[in-house]
Design a binder for this molecule. Structure first.
Ligand SMILES: Cc1cc2nc3c(=O)[nH]c(=O)nc-3n(C[C@H](O)[C@H](O)[C@H](O)COP(=O)(O)OP(=O)(O)OC[C@H]3O[C@@H](n4cnc5c(N)ncnc54)[C@H](O)[C@@H]3O)c2cc1C
Length: 435
């Protein structure tokens, strides 16, 4: 079957890979000159199965209230006169209920575990390189109450087969000796030895090359303007081509993997999805001879940031800001990341050499992605991966390719509407989200 994938971020590119492996004839379209130049460009680098608990959890509302009005707050809501933003925020609050948060954590965990296995398999199959590190992720806590919550959460996750060990501050230091110089007073940690890290942009770019070798064609510098439907199916996608001239592309099936922009395109054909941009920041610090920086990827739960060594660079990423599609750089938020980086690792390098970046997470209120078939028979979604797009990419791509091919995906996850021709009926398949 011919399939057009819209979007060449980590989600579109992994989708293309698994679709091509399943025997489909795939074309990928993106407005950028190469793969992974938007949200997948400079993220935190974590393959973090152990961080499946979404931001929307019972501890979130109080924290957000406490941080209100602080320009450098880890989670920042800038109220604007936009109904969609308010609705998203209300749905986020509803997802903070303990029963919802538990359900969302378990669903994300199932997909994340599957995804990490698929990533490992892909690595074995292709020897793809992307500054991968397989030393695990160490979660660090500064606040006793948060550490208690994490300890309870770890018990639940362990009950579902996740390797996650609670650690004392001394044990944390033994796991990551670079913490010896830290000025942050850690009350405890949780170590997920099976988690990983790596550069999502390098991975995606290299995977796009591997896709090409499998026969996938990429059309870069091409803007998607709209989709046209007829009798319950998509008839064509309208683009501005490489020369800016309007063109129609026709195919048997279409996959939407446009990150935060998926919602805008789908709205025009009557599909409303709860995907909203949540802005994040990262800094990338070149490491020099004598730099003392961690080897293990770290999660700083007090500030909601992650720290990963990517080759000879240190990536510090995080913070969340609800402010529409604005991608402007806020210096207070950049400075907060730099300050925190040097509180953890005073000898990491030179602050003035840090490179700043900002990206829009395609976030659903539950942090669960939308994967599967839409109300149009030949239109499929793979979007809304929020804080976990890199972690979930391979599993989501594989599951999407299975669904397009009429097979039931492996993980226990609520995929979007099933297809009549799917081989086995399953209770894990949900009705279409809306629209
Ligand atoms: C600060 C930060 C830190 C993060 N850290 C982590 C982490 O440690 N681990 C983790 O798992 N996840 C992390 N994430 C989340 C992860 O980066 C995202 O979930 C993921 O990159 C989303 O990928 P995507 O392919 O859906 O979106 P994108 O990468 O944005 O891809 C969408 C593509 O669609 C294209 N596009 C959009 N509109 C159009 C159009 N009209 N026409 C043509 N092309 C178009 C864009 O050019 C883009 O290439 C982080 C995110 C941020 C912001």
């Amino acid at each position: 079957m011919r399939v057009i994938v819209l979007g060449a971020g980590v989600i579109g590119t992994t989708s293309a890979w698994y679709l091509a492996r399943a025997g489909h004839e795939v074309t990928v379209v993106d407005r950028q000159p190469e793969a992974a130049l938007e949200t997948s460009f400079a993220n935190g680098g974590q393959i973090s199965v152990s961080h499946s608990e979404p931001w929307a959890n019972p501890t979130a509302p109080l924290k957000i209230l406490r941080w209100l009005g602080r320009e450098d707050a880890p989670l920042l809501f800038r109220p604007r006169a936009e109904l969609g933003e308010w609705l998203w925020a209300l749905r986020f609050l509803a997802e903070c209920l303990p029963s919802r948060a538990r359900h969302n954590t378990e669903a994300a965990l199932a997909l994340a575990r599957y995804s990490r296995e698929e990533l490992r398999q892909l690595r074995r199959d292709t020897a793809i390189s992307y500054d991968a590190k397989t030393y695990g992720i160490l979660h660090l806590y500064e606040e006793p109450r948060e550490f208690e919550h994490a300890t309870r959460e770890a018990e639940m996750l362990k009950g579902r087969g996740l390797e996650l060990e609670i650690k004392t501050p001394d044990e944390c230091m033994r796991i990551e000796p670079a913490l010896e110089h830290s000025k942050v007073r850690v009350v405890g940690g949780a170590y997920a030895a099976s988690d990983e890290s790596g550069d999502a942009q390098i991975f995606t770019k290299n995977l796009s090359e591997l896709c090409r070798a499998q026969g996938v064609s990429f059309r870069f510098n091409v803007s998607v303007k709209g989709l046209e439907a007829n009798r319950g199916a998509i008839e064509r996608v309208v683009i501005d081509d490489e020369a800016g001239i309007e063109e129609s592309l026709r195919s048997d099936a279409y996959v939407i993997a446009l990150g935060s922009y998926s919602a805008l395109l789908l709205r025009r054909i009557g599909i409303s999805i709860p995907v909203y941009p949540v802005k994040g920041y990262s800094i990338t610090l070149p490491l020099e001879a004598g730099s003392i920086a961690p080897q293990i990827s770290l999660t700083d739960h007090a500030r909601k940031i992650v720290i990963s060594r990517l080759g000879d660079r240190l990536r510090v990423a995080g913070t969340a800001e609800l402010n529409g599609y604005d991608t402007e750089m806020n210096t207070s938020r950049c400075d907060a990341l730099v300050r925190r980086c040097f509180e953890w690792f005073p000898k990491a390098g030179r602050a003035e050499s840090a490179q700043f970046w900002t990206g829009l997470r395609p976030a659903t209120p539950s942090n669960l992605p939308l994967i599967g078939q839409s109300k149009y028979s030949n239109l499929f979604l793979n979007t809304g991966h929020g804080t976990l797009g890199w972690t979930l990419a391979c599993g989501s791509g594989r599951a999407l390719a299975d669904i397009v091919s009429g097979r039931r995906p492996e993980p226990e996850f609520r995929f979007l509407e099933t297809k009549a021709r799917m081989k086995r009926a399953t209770s894990s398949v949900a009705p279409r989200p809306t629209g």
